[in-house]
Design a protein around this ligand. Structure first.
Ligand code: C5P
Length: 424
């Protein structure tokens, strides 16, 4: 298995001789498990054919801004939202200059401006162009804005000169791209995440469930693993592939989920309840399939255990994060949940008619804790999950008033772990 499994890399290719290496780069990114979509500038297509990159990436190459056909397939805003990372390799001096000034006059520069994903640039150009003060100033500006700059390397150039300006080799670019995902902000911590719906059986073939796809919970588990945590994902029934480097346990009912959570919560430093747990279950489960008789039938339902509240109420409770899916009064409902359940943070999102939510690939979140409210914008669930994990890590550190980086032994099992001091 590769190291970029489930990562969506938007590869921008600009016009330069190094564009021929982009073909190998696409292949290696895919070998590492990434899904790759390619945006080419007009000049790039002079160096390498879109067909080559389409064949290697497995997707049509995006070339034109405001072209009816390609915008219908995936417009520039969708592309910008789709990406976990935008990697431009090779990045020409011209593209770097445009980005430094916020210009958006073609598809690639527009996507770079419109994306909330990290931007990585692999410059490739003649050494004089690289050394030019304008290029260096533009790069300094982009770095200040948060762009990652990979390379360039020094050596013999296609133009016959020797110096800095060679694009890094594809293997190095894959390694550097992989590093972008490894934030380390939860390094060494144990995290338990619940995800998906639960299934409350009525009889052997019927049950009560809900529309949760599990996508958000799986994304949260994956983001926590990327951040260096040891993650246990306790999942209700979903059709999703378990995330890499995550211990995934599959359960069915709310009671099963409760049991699995409490079997693993002892070691947990952080608990994140993303699952849409059924609030009620049938009081009795029929042994055989219930037959159709009367015009009406009544199901007798009883409450399921509230897993989140039960974790927050533990004497040695972990840092506890709940989700609130609401159809109305999002902030007020989430605030009420924060205090009623005694949790450290509530991540609230709107569901129901006209909202994103359950089956959607994107979502928005309102983060509510004792310090206030933070709104995260509409993002792909994997990016949203990374932002959430970053927020949780910050809050966890602040609450415990100890920087994670200064600790060598970081698990809950460490008797005097000072980060757990916020709990009585
Ligand atoms: O009360 P409500 O169901 O709206 O709260 C949602 C939050 O509580 C979510 O984090 C969900 O995972 C959790 N929950 C739970 N057990 C239940 C019901 C909800 O852990 N039985």
């Amino acid at each position: 298995m590769g190291t970029l499994v489930n990562k969506r890399i938007l590869l921008g290719v600009t016009g330069g001789i190094a564009a021929y290496k982009s073909a190998d780069l696409v292949r290696r990114l895919r070998d590492a498990g990434a899904e790759v979509r390619v945006v080419m500038t007009r000049a790039a297509a002079e160096f390498i054919t879109p067909l080559t990159l389409q064949t290697l990436s497995g997707h049509p190459v995006h070339q034109h801004l405001l072209d009816a056909r390609s915008e219908a397939a995936m417009d520039h805003i969708e592309l910008a939202r789709w990406a976990d990372v935008v990697l431009v390799a090779p990045a020409s001096a011209n593209l770097i200059a445009k980005l430094a000034h916020g210009r958006a006059d073609d598809l690639l520069s527009t996507v770079c401006l419109a994306t909330a994903a990290p931007l990585a640039l692999a410059p490739a150009m003649n050494r004089q162009m690289w050394d030019n003060a304008a290029t260096q100033t533009n790069l300094a500006t982009l770095k200040q804005h948060g762009a990652h700059v990979f390379g360039p390397a020094a050596g013999a150039q296609a133009c016959g000169e020797v110096g800095r300006g060679r694009m890094l080799e594809p293997a190095e670019l894959v390694a550097l791209t992989t590093e972008l995902f490894a934030t380390g902000v939860l390094h060494g911590l144990n995290v338990v995440v619940t995800a998906g719906p639960t299934w409350e059986a009525i009889d052997p073939v019927r049950g009560i469930s809900n529309r949760s796809s599990g996508k958000m919970g799986y994304a949260v588990a994956q983001a926590a693993a990327e951040a260096g945590a040891r993650v246990t994902l306790i999942s209700g029934p979903t059709a999703l592939t378990p995330p890499e480097r995550v211990q995934t346990l599959r359960v069915t009912s709310a009671q099963d989920m409760y049991d699995a959570v409490h079997a693993h919560i002892n070691d947990a430093d952080i608990f994140i309840g993303v699952a849409a747990v059924a609030d009620y279950r049938p009081a009795r489960v029929a042994t055989d399939k219930i037959k159709k008789h009367a015009d009406r039938m009544t199901l007798d339902l009883v409450k399921t255990p509230d897993i989140l509240a039960s974790v927050a109420a533990l004497k040695d409770a972990p840092f506890t994060v709940g989700f609130a899916a609401e159809t109305a009064d999002l902030e007020a409902q989430a605030r009420a949940k924060l205090s009623a359940k005694g949790v450290d943070l509530i991540a609230a999102n709107r569901v129901g008619a006209g909202a994103l939510g359950f089956e959607s690939d994107t979502n928005t979140l309102l983060l509510i804790d004792a310090s206030g409210v933070t709104a995260l914008p509409e993002l792909h669930k994997s990016q949203l999950a990374r932002r959430l994990i970053q927020y949780i890590a910050n809050l966890y550190n602040k609450t415990n008033k100890v920087g994670l980086q200064n600790l060598h032994v970081k698990t809950k099992n460490t008797a005097q772990d000072p980060r757990r001091a916020h709990r009585p």
